[in-house]
Design a protein around this ligand. Structure first.
Ligand code: UPG
Ligand code: MN
Length: 732
């Protein structure tokens, strides 16, 4: 039988592998040089510094080997929706869609409902679509917004389908241009846009005043849940079915069935730990099991709207494929953002991660689960082990005929499934559902699914399936990367370490692929060492690299040049600009010496029992002034933060070392400083100074509110002076 999807190997692998082997030889030679050229005894600081360089280079070499796992065998998937249609028509499995939101301030309800509307508008039989919104903020504002959306959907869905528009998030669609692409629909377009703008304004004004007017509250029984003045951290379970797709009256203005739409806020009590997003997902799994029980679950973050209305059919091509389908537990899509600037100032457009690493991961038994844009098989998410003879019951979804209880009764039943105590003495969060205990609940959940024998695939259609809001400030970027690096490292250091937990269950290459992210955070210390010590050495005349006349310099030059040329090539190949790549390198360094450093420290503190797990939600809005600077690609600092002190200190230290070295050369005419031995140190320090130019600007030249505050500059000057004097002290 014809396959529903095809797998293609990405080209150019022989060349890549040849290149990788030569780099590996280079790395070995570098380490060889380090180990055999220890400075003579008696050169105190020099020996210690050399030892540190050895350790850092050992780490980088090891980590480079690990990263080869996701570059060795990348694949690309292609789906055949026409074959799916020919074989199954509209007889497709029902899908439960989970959207999570946590806070109406950092995740505005109008943004959340634009996402919800895009998901309701999929090109998929509406009676088989069920959209669930989990609100961890337990906010009447979000409920109100969803209620508004349930009414607007009656106009929006037919409009989308009539004109086959993309994207189907009204916010994204209307933001694209001031008039429709097809002028013949301009009247209707303006009318719908008017309705949408009015709705958004009503929602936003309710959010501004933090109140839903009485005259609105009488329209739906759900509002009465908030009559007792509940708070986000202390409230009863709430489940409200806003559109019951099985109800005869739930139709749009053209008389078509609407997807089911459900609001859920699981019970919160101050004394009960709620396990953040993982807890919300598990409550959604249970609630949906009594309302629709779709065999496939799609899960997105509240900002990740559907950008491709065929994405569900695409996913079905994988699950329903006769040959491979039964092995696939989940179909992961890359994270795309719609608010990235041209030159990727904070390195957040994950071009290389999506196009290279995820596909490489896919070539080794399947990508990791990244928490959003992922279709899961309900059974594997709920703990089932893979067996070759398992047959999925695609008709398991609850339809009109199967439902016995009235919707009110179902709501009551669902509420009981979302109480604080429901999970006590159960396997939820451990063997069943999304796993608890790690800030990267997604990665650990995916890993356990793979270890139960399932495979996964990555789908990256030309028209991105999901698009969301990426971080637009330095602080937001740092917050996200700290959570990710910490989450992955704490998995690596737990009993779920891919090399231990995965041993015998998944291939070595798959274990390595997981470790690429598991070890992100550990890059912090070697990087910090490499951006500080060689530069200090330059200033103090401590040679740390081979002399220019020595043949040992060749592997150093070869490895760094080839590695960087290749990384620029990868970025350019998938649409980054050269400047974007350069900015990415800067952020790569900054992330390592800040977010990853904090991630490492916090993981260790947690291991020692000194701190508890947190999940700080990334804000999805920024103020106007900040946004303007973001558009202009000017880095945002603005407030005091120790993170900024680290960034400023490293930048300043390198500048001082380079200038200091230059002064010494000029004053001594090069007599005391044999140039020859310091070539690589000068290049390294020089590159660090060039890459840090935006940091110097933010410290000394810029006048706007986003500059590095004077207090940060002052602190970094203090640290640099202290470091230099300390160094001096040890030397004499
Ligand atoms: O207590 C919580 C905290 C968060 N969320 C939701 O989780 C999602 C992700 O949070 P966000 O702050 O946007 O995190 P990101 O860094 O953008 O998220 C990535 O990384 C997370 C793990 O660190 C995954 O959970 C996400 O799915 C993945 O997109 C959002 O929809 C939140 O509303 C909850 O529902 N409850
Ligand atoms: Mn997010």
């Amino acid at each position: 039988m014809e396959r529903l999807f095809a797998t293609e190997k990405l080209g150019g692998r022989s060349l890549y592998r040849f290149q990788a082997v030569t780099v590996l030889v280079g790395i070995c030679l570098v380490l060889c040089y380090r180990a055999t050229h220890f400075p003579a005894a008696g050169s105190g600081a020099g020996r210690v510094a050399w030892l540190g360089m050895l350790a850092a280079e050992l780490w980088f070499g090891f980590y480079w080997v690990i990263t080869q796992s996701v570059r060795w065998r990348p694949v690309r998937r292609r789906t055949f929706k026409d074959r799916l249609a020919a074989r199954y028509g509209e007889r497709l499995p029902s899908v439960d869609i989970f959207v999570c939101t946590a806070d109406p301030q950092s995740e505005p309800p109008s943004l959340v409902v634009a996402t919800v509307l895009s998901l309701m508008a999929y090109n998929y039989p509406p009676e088989k679509l069920n959209v669930y919104l989990s609100d961890d903020g337990g906010s009447i504002l979000t409920f109100y917004a969803l209620w508004e959306a349930s009414a607007f959907a009656k106009r929006w869905l037919p409009f989308c389908k009539r004109h086959n528009i993309e994207p189907r998030s009204p916010a994204a669609y209307f933001a694209e241009s001031d008039e429709p692409r097809d002028p013949s629909i301009s009247k209707e377009w303006s009318f719908i846009k008017g309705l949408y703008d009015e709705m958004t304004e009503r929602i936003d004004s309710a959010v501004r005043s933090d109140n839903v007017p009485e005259e609105i509250r009488v329209n739906h029984k759900g509002f009465s849940e908030w009559s007792t003045g509940i708070t986000s951290k202390d409230h009863q379970p709430i489940v409200q079915v806003l559109i019951d797709g099985k109800d005869r009256d739930a139709v749009d203005e053209e008389g078509n069935v609407l997807p089911t739409l459900v609001y859920m806020a699981r019970e919160k009590r101050p004394q009960c730990h709620h396990n953040f997003k993982a807890g919300a997902m598990n409550a959604l799994i249970r609630v949906s099991s009594v309302i629709s029980n779709g065999p496939i679950i799609l899960n997105v973050d509240c900002d990740m709207y559907s950008n491709n209305s065929d994405a569900i059919r695409d996913a079905m091509c994988f699950f329903l494929d006769e040959e491979m389908g039964h092995k696939i537990a989940f179909v992961q899509h890359p994270q795309n953002y719609n608010n990235m600037t041209k030159n990727n100032i904070y390195g957040n457009s994950f071009t290389v991660l999506s196009h290279v690493e995820l596909r490489g991961f896919d070539g080794v038994d399947g990508p990791l689960y990244i928490g959003t844009g992922c279709f899961h098989r309900r059974e594997s998410l709920c703990g089932r082990r893979f067996t070759n003879d398992y047959k999925e019951d695609w008709d398991r979804g609850i339809n009109k005929e199967k439902r016995e209880l009235s919707i009110n009764k179902i709501e009551e039943k669902a509420k009981l499934l979302t109480t604080c105590t429901y999970e006590h003495n159960t396997q939820w969060g451990n063997e069943i559902g999304v796993k608890y205990g790690f800030p990267a609940e997604d990665v650990i959940t995916g890993l356990t699914i793979h270890c139960r024998g399932w495979k996964s695939v990555c789908n990256n259609p030309t028209r991105a399936a999901f698009v969301g809001v990426g971080p637009t400030t330095h602080a937001q970027t740092m917050l996200q990367h700290k959570r990710w690096s910490e989450g992955n490292l704490s998995i690596f250091l737990s009993k779920y370490c891919p090399f231990i937990f995965g041993n015998g269950k998944i291939s070595l290459q798959h274990q390595m692929a997981y470790s690429v992210y598991g070890l992100w955070a550990m890059n912090s210390l070697p990087t910090l060492y490499y951006v500080i010590i060689p530069s200090l050495g330059l200033l103090k005349g401590i040679r740390l690299f081979p002399e220019i006349t020595s043949p040992w310099i060749m592997p150093y030059i070869y490895v760094s040049v080839v590695k960087n040329i290749y990384s620029a090539y990868e970025a350019l190949l998938y649409g980054d600009t050269l400047r974007g790549w350069w900015n990415g390198q800067r952020m790569w360094m900054i992330r390592r010496i800040t977010s990853y450093l904090y991630g490492t420290i916090d993981t260790i503190r947690k291991l020692l029992g000194l701190s508890k797990m947190r999940f700080e939600v990334s804000p999805k809005v920024s103020d106007e002034d900040e946004s303007k600077r973001y558009e202009q690609e000017i880095m945002e600092f603005g407030t005091w933060s120790t993170v900024y002190v680290i960034i400023a200190t490293v930048a300043l230290l390198n500048l001082v070392c380079l200038v200091g070295w230059l002064c010494q050369i000029l004053t001594s005419g090069g007599r005391n400083m044999p140039l020859n031995g310091f070539c690589l140190q000068v290049v390294l320090c020089g590159l660090l100074v060039i890459i840090n130019i935006p940091i110097y600007e933010a410290m000394f030249l810029r006048k706007d509110r986003g500059r590095i505050p004077f207090s940060v500059t002052l602190a970094s000057v203090g640290v640099v002076m202290f470091a230099l004097s300390l160094y001096h002290y040890f030397e004499v």
